[in-house]
Each structure stands twice: as C-alpha cells, then as structure tokens.
Design a protein around this ligand. Structure first.
Ligand code: FAD
Length: 383
C-alpha cells in the first residue's frame, strides 16, 4: 500500500489540532450534533462502524498512545499533550504494517484502466486495484488540503454538496454597535448561544472569547456555520445570533438587580468579566453611574434582555483561512455506508472531511475521520 501525500510529512492538521495538543476523540460521541445535508441515518451508521471504545483501544494499544480525559470539557488528549506523538505514532504504525509513504507528491487525477486505477501524480503515474481518496476539505489550505480531491470526485460523477467554512470565528466589524472588539478583546467566559436562521435554531454552550476582530471559542465555532450559510444566501435574511452571558436566566437576573442598592455594573460584574459588564450596561442605554435602586422598569427589562438574549452584531466570518473544517462535500448517498466504497466508481473509497459531514468541537471531527478512514481501509483491503 502506498500513501501519496502532497506535504513533506503529512498529518499537518493533527499537528496544529487542539492548540498543539490534539483533541484526538470525545469521551462521549454526539452523533445528533453532526451537520450534513445528506440523510442523517447514513451519517450515524458510518460513525457507528468503528465504535468509540474501539477507536480508543486502537490509539492506546496499537498506536501506543495513552489517552487522558480533560474532565471539564469531556475531551480526550494524548497523555503527553503532544499532537506530534499522534501524527508520528500513526505514521510509524503504518510503516510497521507495510505502508510506503510517497511525500511531496500531489495527486492530480484518477483515471480508470482495465485493472483498476491510474493515479496521476506530480511525480508520474501509479497503478492500483483500489484507491482511498482522503484528501480532506478546503480549510486551512496551508496544511495541504485545497479541495483537489473534491474536484476529482466531481469529475468522476459524484454529487458534491455545496461546501462552506465551518467551525470558524465570527467577525463583528461595525463601528456603530455596542460590541467594539478593541475594547473587549481577550475577555473570555462561558456562554449559551442561539443561532436562528429561517425557522431553525442551533444552540451551543461553552467557551466564548472576544477577539480583536469579533468572537471565537467553542460556543461560537459550533454555531458559525449557520452564520456562514446565511451570508451565502443573499436572498434571505441573515442568521440572528444571541448570547446568554451566564448561567442566570431572566428571572434570576431580575431578582439580583432588585436585591441591593449598588452600581448596576457591580451586580453584573459579580457574574461576568468587568469589561463586559460595563459594555452591556452601556449597550442597554443605562448611564455608567446608575444605581440599581433608581433603575426604571423598562431599563431593567432592557438590561435583562442584554444579559440573557443579547444580539451579537456579527458582520462576517474568518472563512476557510481559520475554519477547523469544511461543511458540505461528497453526498453520503454516493457511498456504501458499510465499506465507504463509491457508488459511482467501483474500487474507489472515500473518507474523512471530503464527505458531507462535520461535527462539533470536542474531538468529533477526528472521530469522523478515524471511523470513516477505518471503514474505507477495510473496504479497500477486500479488493
Ligand atoms: C486548526 C485546527 C484544529 C483542529 N483541531 C481539532 C481537534 O482538536 N479535534 C478534532 O477532532 N478535529 C480537529 N480539527 C479538524 C480535523 O483536523 C479534521 O477534521 C481532520 O484532519 C480531517 O481529516 P482528513 O484526513 O479528512 O483531512 P486532512 O487532515 O485535511 O488530510 C488531508 C491530507 O490529504 C493531503 N492532500 C490533499 N490534497 C492532496 C493532493 N491533491 N495530493 C496529495 N495529497 C493531498 C493533505 O496534504 C493532507 O495531508 C482541527 C482542524 C484545524 C484546522
């Protein structure tokens, strides 16, 4: 078996994943939180093909990487916290099992002959009885994935659902809005977000970070695709993104604002970072020196709305440059869910991000890549 790889060493997304620690898997898989424009039962079937417990066992026993659970997030990392161990461990295991790596070689096209496939590369043609196409999507092209594989699959007759950046930061560039990134950059907290577009609401819960250009963090990345897709549909209104900045609901905030006579921002700052507390008081149109005892009812209601359902004045997104994954891709109906073999081109197997599916932050995207990669490898082995 030969791996044809464009970069000098491969697995570069593994190297930059999880902030260099590689969130290799989730401790609990959440199939319902995956996003696809293909039938969801197909996606769930493909994920189940290599159960989470077996994937864990594979990394710990076969690759030889002990995993450690990060309790507060439910993420699994290599105990060494070194992404490089994961990439090097996988390459070493493949080599021990007889795989040859052909680095610095770009796949240019796939063509059929009587015996199987002619693989046209930047270093000449190879022949193979079966091919696994695992070229990824379009995100972070510097890691080697630029969408060539999607073009090759489309040319072979596969239906490719429209692609879009997903798990990407959101930008808020309007100088007029309450959210001035320069004032809040670096502030982080745990929030609940709701992205509403058309009649559908997508929710997330987790870390939120104000950046110099807008916002990021797991909660933002997990709903970013809704904003991205609403931008792409020029004819429809954009998605509305609302934040609840703490675990307190409207009733609880209302009670706190009535409980004592102090500066309004002081009450907020007991639950929120101080800079955000001041920004929200200003956003609700309340003077900086106002005390809780002199808040009018309408001011209190306005403030509670800003605390529990605050509309984020987003203007754009960071696109593929920073997207952790690509949404869309080859329709899942184009492959046999048990073997990942193409229904259009026999002896061609498709796996990973090239397929129309992505999951939330937390190790789900590697879980998808490992599960479908395993299925495709097993399928190709039988050819
Ligand atoms: C910054 C960042 C952090 C992330 N962190 C996490 C995380 O912690 N946990 C998680 O679960 N997911 C994470 N992800 C997502 C995860 O990295 C991807 O879902 C996963 O790598 C997809 O695997 P893949 O093999 O399908 O594609 P890729 O990892 O993109 O691999 C595709 C490979 O194909 C090669 N290739 C492409 N085209 C050609 C060609 N024409 N010829 C030859 N070779 C080619 C590329 O060089 C590359 O090596 C992160 C992504 C990013 C960008």
């Amino acid at each position: 078996m030969i791996v044809v790889e464009r970069t000098a060493d491969g697995g570069r997304k593994i190297l930059i994943s999880g902030g260099g620690r590689c969130n290799i898997l989730p401790s609990v898989l959440a199939p319902d939180r995956f996003v696809t424009d293909s039938p969801a039962p197909l996606l769930r079937g493909m994920l189940r093909a290599w159960p989470l417990a077996r994937m864990r066992q594979f990394f710990e026993d076969d690759v030889g990487i002990p995993l450690a659970l990060e309790e507060d997030t439910g993420k699994l990392f290599p105990a060494s916290n070194r992404a490089r161990d994961v990439r090097d461990g996988l390459v070493d295991l493949a080599r021990r099992r007889g795989v040859t790596f052909q680095f610095n070689t770009t796949l240019q096209n796939l063509a059929r002959d009587d015996h199987g496939w002619i693989i046209e590369t930047s270093s000449g043609a190879l022949r193979a009885s079966a091919v696994v196409l695992a070229t990824g999507g379009l995100s972070v092209p510097a890691t080697g994935s630029d969408g060539t594989g999607l073009d090759i699959a489309a040319a072979l007759g596969h239906r490719v659902h429209e692609t879009y950046p997903a798990l990407t930061p959101i930008t808020c560039e309007s100088g007029e809005s309450w959210l001035r990134p320069a004032d809040l950059a670096g502030v982080s907290l745990t929030v609940r977000l709701r992205a509403k577009w058309h009649d559908h609401t997508t929710e997330s819960h987790g870390g939120f970070l104000f950046t110099h250009r807008g916002c990021s963090g797991p909660s933002v990345l997990d709903v970013s695709h809704v904003c991205v897709r609403s931008r792409a549909e020029a004819a429809s209104p954009r998605a509305v993104l609302r934040a609840s900045w703490s675990a307190l609901d409207a009733t609880a905030w209302d009670a706190r604002l009535r409980a004592s006579d102090v500066h309004v921002a002081t009450v907020l700052a007991r639950e929120l970072p101080e800079r955000l507390a001041h920004a929200l008081v200003a956003a609700a149109g309340i003077p900086r020196d106002r005390r809780t005892s002199s808040l009018t009812r309408s001011e209190r209601l306005e403030l509670v709305a800003h605390l529990t359902a605050c509309e984020l004045p987003w203007t754009g997104d960071e696109g593929y440059k920073k997207a952790e994954v690509t949404g869309g891709g080859i329709a899942l109906t184009e492959v046999d869910p048990r073997t990942l073999e193409s229904r259009r081109a026999p002896r061609l197997f498709l796996c990973g991000e090239i397929l129309d599916a992505f999951g939330p932050i937390g190790g789900h995207n590697f879980a998808w890549a490992w599960a479908t990669g395993y299925g495709a490898g097993r399928g190709a082995e039988r050819c």
